[in-house]
Design a protein around this ligand. Sequence first.
Ligand SMILES: [Mn+2]
Length: 248
Amino acid sequence: MYTFPPTNFYQEFDENLEGRDFVVSDLHGCYDEFTKFLDHLSFDMSKDRMFCCGDLVDRGPKSMQCLQLLNQHWFYSVRGNHEQMMIESLIHHKDSDFWRKNGGEWGYPVGKQDRQDIVSYVEMVEPYLPYIITVGDGTNRFNIVHAELTFAPDISDKDVDEMTFDEYRCDSMLWGRDIVQGHPAPHSENLSTTYVGHTPLNEVNKIGKQIYIDGGIVFGGKLHIVEHNAKVLHTYDKKTDSYSQTNI
Ligand SMILES: [Mn+2]
């Protein structure tokens, strides 16, 4: 699929010295599960931050509410393949049928004004959906991309920092499943912990430096939230409607 260059490819954040930094995976419109989880975590909007691996939208019931989390000063997300399909469809008028078949029907409400409101909002938030987010420096640093970093055998933080937009790499970051399906992971001694989503797994899986945290909440599975500095994985299990936590 042709991928339009983003307004903002890479976004860098300083370490959070005041509060906690969390990473959540694919929300896919599961807004209610997410906001209940924030209560469970006693999330402090004045100093904690939430970073998302993308795929805020599609398939679940509240895509627009999840997308509007980008209005919050404590919430940041990379773009997932579902945001990319949304942007290509609503802004560039490209591959709309493909998106609609993959959960994008919500972007085509019957009312013309409703439709225009969605398009305007997507145009506004497109610059706030980078492909890569990096947070902090040194041993506390972490990276976030949606799917995988697959394209270099020895990829490092330096490569991530110097990367520029190119279609092949971006397809891998949005759609890639090579490593999680068994291809060799990069030799990545110089890569910080990198959180990814995109591929729903029964359990969180660490392969090399990449940690796969999509629990498939939209399919009735789990929603995982990592508390990065404490190295704690918080999990909400939809089947049992219960929370648990483990050290990672
Ligand atoms: Mn995805």
